[in-house]
Design a protein around this ligand. Structure first.
Ligand code: ZN
Length: 275
């Protein structure tokens, strides 16, 4: 597999900036009427404390990442989102209220998409080209809607080691697959209340470094594609941000690694005809 400028493999860092709204949705799902302020503050840590640290880190290493941002978060934290955008990172669509598309009617899913586009366009002046479905789920309408709204890629599925093309209604969308072992939430997601979700424990970041760097080494050997999915509220705490820095240094120590944004990869894949 030969990537841009003869690179041997591609590395892509992405962050889903859910802030507190995914926690709010969890509380509602458990029929908890009150918005527990401590639970919400877990998510508020993302834009407040984690994003500034992560932006400095990415800048130090001159790496551009992709940030998938729900429209509601863009409205609440407009200055943070503008800061991300000004630093040259890609901003992708992540729904409006972080509702699971599979729980939406066709019209509701359309509304989520349109309101998300409007909120991001208000800040950046442009329409995002990429989409990651909130809550890691899709409805049977999602791909059709993405192609109707002119998105270049989706990054939600887990069906391959490499990007692939999805044909829908005569149009093509690139799918940039993710995988659970390269997702920070799996290892570090923790909350005290409600006890029904996210009490699996808090992993050592050393263990996660081992998993992530071993996966990178194997991907590099096979000349594939490495897509990390992170969340500022999880990965932006001091020790984990340091671990991410160590991982970037590890990746940079190898020759021929193309650090790309998701859109750069999707365009490259589309141009070469999806093979
Ligand atoms: Zn999310």
């Amino acid at each position: 597999m030969e990537w841009v400028d003869g690179a041997k493999c591609v590395a892509c860092l992405t962050f889903d900036l859910d802030a507190e709204i995914s926690w709010r949705n969890i509380l509602r799902r458990h029929k908890i009427e009150r918005d527990n302020p401590v639970v919400l503050s877990l998510g508020q840590y993302g834009p407040r404390a984690a994003v500034p640290r992560l932006l400095k880190l990415l800048d130090r290493h001159n790496v551009r990442a992709g940030f998938f941002i729900p429209g509601e978060v863009a409205e609440r934290y407009s200055s943070t989102v503008m800061e991300i955008y000004r630093e040259g990172h890609e901003i992708g669509h992540h729904g409006y209220s972080h509702r699971n598309p599979a729980s939406c009617s066709l019209q509701e899913e359309r509304d989520e998409l349109e309101k998300g586009f409007a909120a991001l366009k208000e800040l950046t002046g442009g329409k995002p080209k990429g989409y990651r479905a909130p809550a890691a789920d899709m409805s049977s309408n999602t791909y059709s809607l993405l192609s109707e709204y002119g998105l270049t890629y989706s990054s939600t599925m887990m069906g391959s080691d490499l990007p692939y093309i999805v044909e829908m209604d005569g149009k093509e969308i690139v799918e940039l697959p993710i995988r659970w072992i390269l997702d920070d939430w799996v290892f570090f997601g923790f909350n005290y209340f409600p006890a029904l979700e996210y009490q699996s424990g808090i992993s050592s970041h050393r263990k996660v470094f081992e998993i992530w760097s071993d996966e990178f080494d194997a991907v590099y050997e096979e000349g594939l594609y490495y897509m990390l999915t992170m969340h500022p509220q999880i990965m932006g705490v001091p020790s984990r941000a340091k671990m991410l820095e160590k991982l970037i240094q590890h990746m940079k120590s190898k020759k021929g690694v193309w650090f790309a944004t998701p859109l750069e990869i999707a365009r490259f894949w589309m141009e070469k005809g999806g093979k």
